[in-house]
Design a protein around this ligand. Structure first.
Ligand code: SF4
Length: 470
């Protein structure tokens, strides 16, 4: 869908009292998804920026089922199968959509077959009309807008695209106020839809569609790649007679209880960090423990060391041997270090900014890689004790700014953070400035168990027991 049409669609909902949402296909893959989501957030429904999904999440399945499945009038909804688009847009998604219908379809939850015609099953008009008018999906779910217009039902809208139908109503203010007696020819799509007659349910990960004979012919004629690949099953009308016997008009059964609990396969890694590149800021005086340093390097997917003084040949060749970049900088500027780090490391995902004596264990990395973090947030381990701030510094140090590099320990941010899009990196001279500039609701502090120990081994538990300064 193009931007102008999307805007028109959202604007046409003025006065609508229900939820309005984005669905697909996979809406998060649209190249302008973020722009669309922000426009919807600013122009439809409750004026609020949601704050959930900012803390690190270990159990995303629980988050989905406990926090995101409550319907809200004037709320905003997103239907997504997760994946790379959801990951990329995680920040805007969490702050925009009240209700998220997430389902990766890689589990045993069931979905009802749609591509089934009542005529193939011998259902006459007398039986059909009451069934159609009591269609549980239409009564519980949504009208829809596609590039071809507005429709009374989302399935009708999808079928109109699939079978190159005549299109929907003009997208104009109040189009959604139509009542069933005004649905007119759009009801013709019900003839090609098995939802109201309560057809077969298939395991979501089966990837095959149940189709009745006349629909199979139509799909073949329309060049369906799925049908061509043989990913279908002819629906046997004999079975539906059994199914119909316990039909209860209006009772939703599309997502049985089991499906509500299980929406994400445990092996789905699409929402976890892809990689972590590190920027290490060395103090003027340092001693490198080669083994510990190598462990730090091994815990990251790339490492840049930034230093002021010269480093000797031995350390240089050690860095080279373990593929560590180094950068000598006369002036200390935290923001420019991040900017240069992102460029040199070609970072596209997470960046860890670490003090030189951080010890990052493989276990800690493993835990981070199986935790969901919000790319809009800045996660910071408490700094070292501030005793060095009180030390006297000479004027040369003050000018260079390097004396301020004393308190930073470990922090974690994403190069896609919305905050960074509006940041002039060079204006962030110190880590303290970085913290004070960051959106207060999106910064989380973590405590080391023993703050006096610079080389404390970090633990994911520290990350989860955060000190929320928002
Ligand atoms: S039968 Fe199908 S097309 Fe008709 S209202 Fe129900 S879901 Fe929509």
């Amino acid at each position: 869908m193009e931007w102008d049409l999307f805007k028109k669609a959202v604007d046409s909902l003025k006065g609508f009292n229900g939820m309005a949402g984005l669905m697909g296909g996979e809406p998060t893959l649209h190249p302008e998804f973020e722009r669309f989501a922000r426009y919807l957030g600013e122009n439809y429904g409750i004026k609020e920026t949601l704050k959930r999904g900012r803390k690190p999440i270990r159990n995303f399945q629980k988050y989905i089922t406990e926090e995101m499945l409550s319907i809200k009038n004037h709320g905003r909804c997103l239907c997504s199968s997760l994946g790379s688009g959801y990951y990329k847009n995680y920040e805007v998604i969490q702050e925009t959509f009240h209700y998220q219908l997430l389902n990766d379809h890689q589990h045993d939850g069931k979905h009802q077959g749609i591509l089934i015609s009542r005529k193939d099953l011998g259902i006459d008009d007398k039986e059909w009309i009451p069934l159609r008018d009591a269609c549980w999906l239409q009564n519980n779910w949504s009208a829809s807008i596609t590039p071809k217009g507005a429709f009374f039902c989302e399935i009708a809208a999808a079928l109109d695209i699939l079978f190159e139908g005549p299109g929907g109503w003009e997208i104009e203010p109040g189009w959604w106020e139509r009542t069933p007696d005004q649905f007119g020819r759009q009801l013709g799509w019900c003839e090609l839809c098995g939802i109201a007659i309560r057809g077969p349910k298939t395991c979501a990960k089966d990837e095959r569609d149940d189709v009745s004979p006349s629909l199979l012919e139509k799909l073949k004629n329309s060049g369906s790649p799925k049908i061509a690949a043989g990913k279908y099953r002819i629906y046997n009308p004999i079975d539906i007679v059994k199914e119909r016997s316990d039909y209860t008009p209006g009772k939703p059964f599309y997502l049985p209880n089991g499906d509500k609990k299980e929406r994400l396969n445990n092996s789905n890694r699409t929402i976890f960090p892809r990689d972590i590149k590190g920027i290490m800021i060395l103090p003027d005086e340092f001693r490198i423990n080669y083994e510990d340093f190598k462990n730090v390097r091994d815990s990251l997917d790339g490492l840049l060391v930034i230093h002021r003084g010269k480093i000797n040949k031995e350390i240089k060749s050690f860095f080279k041997s373990i593929d560590v970049h180094s950068l000598q900088e006369e002036l200390f500027n935290f923001g420019s270090f991040i900017k240069k780090g992102i460029q040199i490391l070609e970072a596209k995902d997470w960046i860890a900014i670490v003090a030189y004596n951080c010890f990052l264990s493989p276990k800690f990395r493993q835990d981070i890689m199986t935790t969901v973090f919000n790319p809009g947030c800045y996660y910071v381990y408490y700094n070292y004790p501030n005793q060095k701030k009180e030390e006297k510094t000479n004027s040369k140090e003050e000018k260079s700014g390097w004396n301020k590099n004393e308190t930073h320990s470990f922090s974690f941010l994403n190069v896609r953070a919305n905050q960074l899009k509006h940041t002039e990196f060079e204006t962030i001279a110190t880590h303290e400035q970085m913290i004070s500039n960051w959106n207060k609701g999106k910064i989380f502090f973590f405590k080391l168990k023993d703050q006096k120990q610079c080389n404390t081994q970090y633990s994911i538990d520290d990350f989860l027991n955060f000190d929320d300064r928002s």
